[in-house]
Design a protein around this ligand. Structure first.
Ligand code: CDT
Length: 343
């Protein structure tokens, strides 16, 4: 048995005018609720501290306010002033955290900007892994039509350059090893005393390659936070308006299909967590789900507001898939897969 109590901390809308302090207070409330329910790991969404700003065209000066400095010379994100209070709170409660943020990283001669996430281990009071979103959706050049909803992730962020590194989360399981895996330490395919996790961000969940990279490293659980548009706001008040429910159902279907199918095909749990609801008139889907390696949904959000979705899981349930149907070492035929990397 490898039991774990996990939660997805879904966030309702964060509007342009909402202060960082108000967002942190909401996150604290969800962490407090998680603590009262003896949850060990809490996942927050993509770009969890701000509105989904890539839908707005902004100049460089405006944009800077949405990024948090992640400077390794000054303690990295753990000490970043706008985010530190979240980790302090999680440390005090003894809860691990997966969370998405807009990363501003010094490059030597300037800064790099990424759509990133980190995994914070309360037991070791440090960030044990960072991930930078690989599959950026959207465009570089803004849409010209007046009132169009923008998707400017390709304009505002650089492509993730850290690959898909699985990592060990120390101290979560009853038989946990005393120490975390060191940087670069090989992760065994079979389970160990530490839980083996991976991170994706939003659009990544639609792409098989990231999930499979984690599957190949033996990941037992993948976190994925997202901001997914339900329907275009310019349809509101028009004749197409009546169909927005159908449009949203289809978006939800593809979201769940991606999470459930890839969890099954890689024999891992997944915690998929939304920022949702009407952000300044722009509708985001909910659909926060915790998925079992057999592909079934274990727990699901019922609102489009701040909501904690909890599941008791057993990471040992990954073994069946990893050792039988998807025993990769035994059944994969990499010599036949060259198109995947060469094309
Ligand atoms: N934020 C983000 O990545 N949104 C994307 C839009 C892709 S359009 C199919 C998403 O996957 O929800």
């Amino acid at each position: 048995k490898r039991p774990l109590r996990v939660a997805a901390a879904q966030l309702g809308p964060i509007h342009l005018a909402d202060s960082r302090e108000s967002v942190l207070q909401r996150m604290f409330r969800l962490l407090d609720q998680a603590s009262a329910s003896r949850v060990q790991v809490v996942a927050f969404p993509e770009l969890a501290f701000t509105t989904f700003f890539p839908r707005h065209l902004m100049d460089h000066t405006e944009l800077e306010a949405y990024f948090d400095l992640d400077d390794p010379q000054n303690g990295g994100l753990r000490q970043s002033p706008g985010i530190k209070p979240l980790f302090d709170h999680a440390r005090d409660l003894g809860i691990d955290v997966y969370v998405g943020y807009a990363e501003k990283a010094p490059t030597g001669d300037g800064f790099g900007y990424y759509n990133s996430s980190v995994y914070y281990s309360a037991r070791s009071d440090r960030i044990v892994q960072k991930y930078r979103k690989v599959h950026l959706p959207g465009v570089v050049e803004p849409f010209k039509q007046p009132g169009a909803t923008q998707q400017l992730e390709k304009r505002y962020f650089s492509n993730g350059d850290l690959g898909f590194p699985a990592f060990r989360a120390p101290g979560l399981l009853p038989n946990a090893a005393k120490t975390a895996a060191g940087p670069g330490e090989a992760i065994p395919l079979e389970g160990s005393g530490d839980a083996i996790f991976g991170m994706l961000i939003c659009n990544d969940r639609r792409w098989a390659e990231g999930w499979r990279s984690y599957g190949l490293q033996g990941a037992e659980l993948v976190f994925c936070g997202y901001n997914t548009t339900a329907y275009a706001p310019q349809l509101l008040g028009t004749s197409e308006d009546i169909d927005r429910k159908t449009a949203e159902e289809e978006v939800l279907f593809h979201h769940k299909l991606s999470c459930q199918g890839n969890s099954y095909m890689n024999a891992c749990f997944s915690v998929n967590v939304a920022k949702c609801g009407l952000e300044d008139g722009h509708s985001l889907i909910s659909g926060t789900i915790i998925v079992h390696p057999n592909g079934h949904i274990l727990a699901e959000a019922s609102t489009k507001e701040d909501e904690l979705v909890i599941a008791n899981i057993d990471l040992g349930d990954c073994r069946r898939g990893k050792e039988k149907t998807f025993a990769f070492a035994k059944h994969r035929r990499p010599d036949q897969y060259r198109m995947i990397t060469d094309y």
